[in-house]
Write a protein that binds this ligand. Sequence first.
Ligand SMILES: *[C@@H]1O[C@H](CO)[C@@H](O)[C@H](O)[C@H]1NC(C)=O
Length: 84
Amino acid sequence: MASCSYFLLLFINICLLLGSSYSEDPSFSYEFEVSYITASPLGVPQQVIAINGKFPGPTINVTTNNYVVVNVRNKLDEDLLMHW
Ligand SMILES: *[C@@H]1O[C@H](CO)[C@@H](O)[C@H](O)[C@H]1NC(C)=O
């Protein structure tokens, strides 16, 4: 009987954990179009990789437990790896 209550409590706790992580956390969505532009970050015009036509790209302003969705469209003529 004791182990039955234990598993019931465990089940309720898991439900609470799942419920809390899916209900209140805000989500943020970004669209990134990656392309070459000419910019002068060092004072001399040169080709740089830009996001949405800007270099440096946009700030992602989020915090712990936020859901972040970034749709990336690669307009470069080479493969792209994004990391944060
Ligand atoms: C990020 O978002 C928070 C909360 O909305 C805001 O207070 C803060 O000024 C923002 N920071 C930047 C750098 O945009």
